[in-house]
Write a protein that binds this ligand. Structure first.
Ligand SMILES: *Cc1c(COP(=O)(O)O)cnc(C)c1O
Length: 397
């Protein structure tokens, strides 16, 4: 027998003896992640198969086809990026921006700012137009900005999760075609839950995530690219400046060649396949209607309790509701209470809305009337304890 090599002593300073994981089941009614569908969780727990296994290759095509259905697009280049929604956001910019390109970002919340930040990192000439957090852009405002700045890409968020606003899409695609500009749309909080018609809307680039409307855990970022965006990518002078997210390379794996690029997170794609299968079984129209009716229940219930909704009714997002925190209430203390006493997560405000709103998500599997009732009951019975004993107006007087 060959004697075992003598190894230097191991440093055990970071060694820990932990109990097996035992996270409680929370009800995730915040801005994401949302709860995963039990069927999706079962799919995630399956033994992995090889990422070049013929069975897996078949599953990849199923995922692509069902993503096209969910987005209402025929785009050939429709794939889930390995990574969260931000990875897919980055892919949409990294593949299409060439240094010096003007990218116009219509910012009306936190995720618009992230788009502008990312575009700058790919050395775009970033121009932003802004609206207050809680409003949407009018077509005239976008038209004016596109005509003035002549961008190569107009980037805008469809469902702004930071404000609860849904951007009306009428006419934006035509406007971009007239000015020979690509339309890039963030559909992270709308895919599977809010009406989306990418091809009809003439959207050239879009992306989403797994953990909001699709009832999957976080980990994949669906991405799609239309022919005009593909042409811009293929005409670029240099390589895509991001190896991991390079669609020209990824397409050799997702297309017919099946060339290894990186090891696909196969179990996440099992989950995505099941999530999309369930969505197709329910049907888009039914899923959209379910999100709409449950959010209307929530809106009516909150208003009946005297709470104010931040987004105007016509622009309200069915997946995410911003509720103004009443004067004198410590919003964070109440959401902390919901989490620790009831296992329910509700979000707080971001950026301009920090400390001013709660953000309530009803996304995917969680968009159910029982969840709305549960939450409304807690707002009714337990919020009063967080209200000031004497009205602040009375104190001031
Ligand atoms: C959540 C979200 C993202 C980012 O997705 P991650 O999965 O957190 O990386 C981007 N845009 C919008 C509108 C979002 O709500």
């Amino acid at each position: 027998m060959v004697p075992l090599p003598v190894l230097p002593p191991v440093n055990s300073a970071h060694r820990r003896t932990l109990a097996p994981i035992a996270t409680p089941d929370r009800l995730l009614l915040g801005p994401g992640p949302s709860n995963a569908h039990p069927t999706v969780l079962q799919a995630l727990a399956r033994m992995p198969i090889g990422h070049l296994d013929p069975l897996y290759v078949e599953l990849m095509s199923e995922v692509q086809e069902l993503l096209r259905y969910a987005w209402q697009t025929d785009n050939r280049l429709t794939i889930p990026m390995s990574g969260t929604g931000s990875a897919a956001m980055e892919a949409s910019l990294a593949n299409t921006i060439e240094p010096g390109d003007t990218v116009l970002v219509a910012v009306k919340g936190y995720f618009g700012l992230r788009l502008a930040d990312m575009a700058g990192r790919y050395r775009a000439n970033v121009v932003t137009i802004e609206k207050p957090w809680g409003e949407a852009f009018s077509l005239a405002e976008l038209e004016n900005a596109v005509a003035t700045h002549r961008p190569k890409i107009l980037a805008i968020v469809h469902a702004e999760t930071s404000t609860g606003i849904c951007q009306p899409m009428e006419g934006i695609g035509d406007l971009c075609r007239q000015h020979d500009c690509l339309l890039l749309l963030d559909t992270v909080t709308s895919l599977g839950a809010v009406p989306l018609y990418l091809d009809e809307w003439k959207v050239d680039l879009a992306y989403s995530c797994s953990q909001k409307g699709l009832s999957c855990p976080p980990g994949l970022g669906p991405f799609t690219m239309g022919p005009r965006a593909e042409a811009k990518m293929m005409a670029r002078a240099g390589k895509v400046p991001n190896w991991y997210l390079d669609v020209t390379l990824l397409n050799q794996y997702w297309g017919s060649d099946r060339v290894y690029h990186h090891t696909a997170p196969v179990n996440m794609n099992f989950g995505m396949r099941e999530a999309l299968r369930l969505l197709a079984e329910e049907g888009l129209e039914a899923a959209w209607a379910r999100h709409r009716s449950n959010s209307e229940l929530l809106w009516a219930g909150l208003e009946a309790l005297g709470l104010e909704l931040h987004a105007p009714a016509a622009l309200r997002l069915p997946t995410l509701t911003t509720v103004r925190i009443p004067a004198g209430v410590d919003g964070k203390a109440f959401s902390q209470h919901l989490l620790t006493k009831h296992g329910i997560e509700v979000g707080g405000g971001l950026g301009a809305l920090a400390g001013k709103v709660w953000r309530i998500g009803l996304m995917g599997y969680n968009s159910q009337p029982e969840n709305v009732d549960l939450l409304l009951n807690l707002f009714e019975t337990e919020l009063p304890a967080f209200r000031p004993a004497v009205a602040p107006a009375a104190v001031a007087a």
